[in-house]
Design a protein around this ligand. Structure first.
Ligand code: S3P
Length: 431
């Protein structure tokens, strides 16, 4: 349980943000199918990435962790038939991206996951992977885990995805590496492009434009060094905490600022928050910067829908907390994907935030928050969702009285050290 006795006297200091989860998963997977050794620096050491490591080890990859670095000894194309089920735990990225690799691997394997992941839709990847020639069976008519995948000689496809999802795109692109011919993937809006960037870094040829990727099959990847930037999705909790606590100043160091991920910065600025990206640079193909946030500016409500949604999809729980503090109405729309994340983030947020006296009304594809009234501390629940747990803890910082977040150990999915980091910024005094 997390207990926040609010509000802190000061919220300030510097923080090294833990490694990006999406990029860590991809470095592990591409490293495992590449030739040679991949060194991953600053990887995220959290439960979701441990799930990916476990699955890849079962598939014959050798992965050694040495401090903040890990070394992946690639299998040069083909992984080995597993002698056990592949357990993706709570991680949708693990299950869906791995399915793409397994579709082109010449053996049978079974992917499963925890009770939350077993409820999440898989048809979105099963359909295109079957169209490429893989044999896949799953629970609920092939839509749910466990999935049994028989890898085949794949053929290239032209797939028009009905949704902007980087997991779907990545599953198809990874399968495309094993397919004969050129695969074309289209999506309605651009989703995060870490897979495309890392494939290029590992020597693959592909054409990537907004909403369109073309990749030829039968390409081999070469293991490389990967520097993992800090995760902007984790940084977002601290950005919002600093923005809503008067007198705060926080410097979040070495955060990934890939434009397919920075929707949260755009929206917080539009709300009136003071945020600056300092020392912008590149780590390999990925843009990185230090994010400075100063608190105390009045925030106002905004409307968030359409093309920006995939650029901030994981930040919506914490954006809801900023919206609760902002004057006026914040509308989140076109975000029905939130219903099939680690929890139903629309109904679970509506339920938990209303316990803190936040005026939130649930919509089919989002919610509306009328902000600006004081938050009241209360007993709330993570609903088994790491991002809801962290968002509620940040809300607790501005709520009157005590906030207790039950089942908060789920923060370990993406950030085991969350509370230590939050506390260290709360306790530092101004100079
Ligand atoms: C991710 C893509 C997003 C995101 C998830 C991580 C990825 O999911 O919500 O946390 O690493 O590709 P969708 O692809 O389902 O939108």
């Amino acid at each position: 349980m997390i207990i926040i006795t609010s509000p802190p006297e000061h919220f300030s200091g510097e923080m090294d943000v833990p490694g990006d989860k999406s990029i860590t998963h991809r470095a592990l997977m591409l490293g495992s199918i590449a030739r040679g050794v991949t060194e991953v620096r600053g990887f995220l050491d959290a439960e979701d990435c441990r799930s990916t490591m476990g699955c890849l080890s079962t598939l014959g990859a050798t992965i050694n962790v040495r401090g903040r670095r890990l070394f992946v000894h690639g299998k040069g194309g083909q992984l080995q038939a597993p002698n056990a089920e592949l357990d993706a735990g709570n991680s949708g990225t693990t299950a869906r991206l791995l399915a793409g690799i397994l579709a082109g691997s010449h053996f049978e394997s079974k992917i499963t996951g925890d009770s939350s992941l077993q409820q999440r839709p898989m048809k979105r990847i099963v359909e295109p992977l079957k169209a490429m020639g893989a044999e896949i069976e799953g629970a609920a008519g092939g839509d749910k885990l466990p999935l049994t995948i028989k890898g085949k000689n794949l053929k290239a496809v032209h797939y028009k995805s009905p949704r902007a999802s980087a997991q779907v795109k990545s599953a198809v692109l990874l399968a495309a590496l094993y397919a004969k011919g050129e695969t074309v993937f289209e999506e309605p809006y651009q989703s995060r492009d870490h897979t495309e960037l890392m494939l290029k870094h590992f020597g693959a040829h592909l054409i990537a434009e907004a909403g369109l990727v073309k990749i030829k099959g039968r390409q081999t990847l070469q293991g490389k060094q990967v520097l993992v930037p800090g995760d902007i999705s984790t940084a977002a909790f601290f950005m919002v905490a600093a923005a809503i606590l008067p007198g705060s100043e926080v410097l979040l160091k070495n955060v990934g600022v890939n434009p397919t991920r920075t929707g949260i910065i755009d929206v917080l600025k539009e709300m009136g928050a003071h945020l600056e990206i300092e020392n912008p640079r590149k780590w390999g193909m990925e843009p990185v910067g230090n994010i400075r946030v100063k608190g105390g500016r009045p925030l106002k409500g905004v409307e968030v829908r359409g093309e920006i949604i995939p650029r901030l999809i994981d930040e919506i729980p914490i954006l809801a907390v900023a919206a609760a503090v902002a004057e006026g109405e914040t509308i989140i729309g076109d975000a029905s994907e939130l219903r099939v994340k680690e929890s139903d983030r629309i109904s679970d947020l509506a339920c938990q935030l209303s316990r803190l006296d936040i005026a939130i009304s649930e919509k089919e594809d989002g919610f509306v928050i009328r902000g600006g009234k004081p938050l009241k501390g209360a007993e709330v629940d993570s609903c088994g969702d790491h991002r809801i747990a962290m968002a509620l803890a940040v809300a607790g910082l501005v709520a009157r009285g005590e906030t207790a977040v039950n089942a908060a150990e789920v923060v370990a999915i993406s950030f085991p050290g969350f509370m230590q980091s939050l506390r260290s910024l709360c306790s530092k005094k101004h100079h």
